[in-house]
Design a binder for this molecule. Structure first.
Ligand code: NAP
Length: 324
């Protein structure tokens, strides 16, 4: 199957392209910068450089394409409006262009942020109501709504990953670095739980959403099998680095004013900060958890990389590449 992958130069997008190739599909990367295309081309991936607001570049790229994996977007932004500009507007523009093509299946990469945190630690299910608490989560809900509205035209699937980790990830890197330096501050305290997935497992699940049969518009949570206490994650990092890591819970009443002061200072100095008030709210939630039993059954997919192996391999990669 010829598959257009947006956000193909991103952390997840690169793995989606690799996973597609390994399953005999042909990825075509849609990127906005020539430099991104050059890197992907070195890895043997065919690329188109274009912009979501350029309908012609999208329509040209969609020629002979059977499916789209829309991974462009994300949660890194300093202004609330940017989340909507990056996650909603491109989805709308892409769906519009796709309606002029022969494309049959569209997979949106959403996020656990669309469903929101769990108040009591009960994992979110594929069918749980969507209760986002941040502009990022709200932008993903709006993108999901656009996908549901387009069900009459295409077969749609939605994948909602929790935190994705693995070599080259920059989002969880600060925690890996802190553990390397032997102490890990945890905003909100040590009873926190979270779902995680290794990037290779996430990409493999996404490929299955292109191949499997399921009701049009189904949303899929993916994870590595069970939620993890944050303390387990830090212990595994300590095991990988072969030293003891002191884990320090920072209560919300202390973390919030400090983080807000840091955010205020960045603004005063005219610097971009991704630790925004909404990110602080997300960081202080005790449980970001989902479960993928239903997903595994429907997609005939199982995560292959348990947390201990994935963390050990990621720590080793960061060390070897000098990222710590
Ligand atoms: N990483 C996670 O833990 C995680 C968890 C849940 C869901 N997700 C979702 O997974 C997807 C991929 O995330 P990632 O971790 O691969 O992020 P990433 O490494 O930051 O990559 C994001 C990609 O999206 C592109 N992009 C962002 N805004 C764009 C825009 N307005 N127009 C065109 N391209 C745009 C970027 O292009 P440039 O390189 O040109 O900026 C890049 O290719 C996102 O939709 C994200 O919300 C990620």
């Amino acid at each position: 199957m010829n598959v257009l992958v947006t956000g193909a130069n991103g952390f997840l997008g690169r793995h989606i392209c690799e996973a597609l190739r390994s399953q005999g599909h042909v990825p075509l990367a849609f990127v906005r910068r020539a430099a991104s295309a050059q890197q992907l081309q070195k890895a043997g991936i065919d690329c188109r450089v274009g912009a979501f607001d350029d309908a012609l570049s999208l329509q040209t790229s969609l020629k002979d394409i059977s499916a789209i994996v829309h991974s462009a977007g994300g949660g890194k932004a300093s202004r609330p409006a940017s989340f909507f500009e990056n996650n909603v507007t491109p989805t709308e523009q892409l769906l519009q262009a796709a309606s002029q093509s022969d494309m049959k299946r569209f997979i949106l990469i959403s996020s656990l942020a669309a469903a929101g945190p769990s108040p009591d630690g009960t994992p979110k299910l594929n069918t749980s109501p969507l209760t986002p608490i941040s502009p990022y989560g709200e932008s993903k809900v709006q993108a999901e709504e656009l996908v549901q509205q387009a069900k009459t035209r295409f077969h749609m699937g939605i994948v909602r990953p929790p935190a994705i980790y693995g070599p080259e990830d920059t989002r969880l890197l600060p925690l890996f670095r802190a553990a390397y330096k032997r102490w890990a501050p945890i905003p909100g305290g040590l009873r926190k739980t979270l779902s995680l997935i290794h990037v290779k497992d996430c990409a493999a699940a996404i490929v299955r959403t292109l191949e499997a049969d399921y009701p049009n518009g189904t949303a899929f949570f993916v994870d590595d099998g069970a939620p993890h206490p944050v303390t387990e994650l830090i212990e595994l990092m300590g095991l990988a680095y072969q030293h003891r890591v002191i884990t320090l819970g920072i209560p919300g009443w202390l973390f919030k004013p400090l983080a807000l002061a840091g955010y205020g200072l960045s603004k005063t100095l005219g610097r971009e900060s991704i630790i925004t008030p909404s990110k602080i709210k997300e960081l202080l939630c005790p449980h970001w958890v989902c479960e993928s039993t239903q997903t595994q059954a429907i997609l005939n997919w199982q995560p292959q990389i348990p947390l201990d192996r994935g963390i050990a391999q990621t720590c080793e990669w960061y060390q070897q590449e000098g990222w710590l």
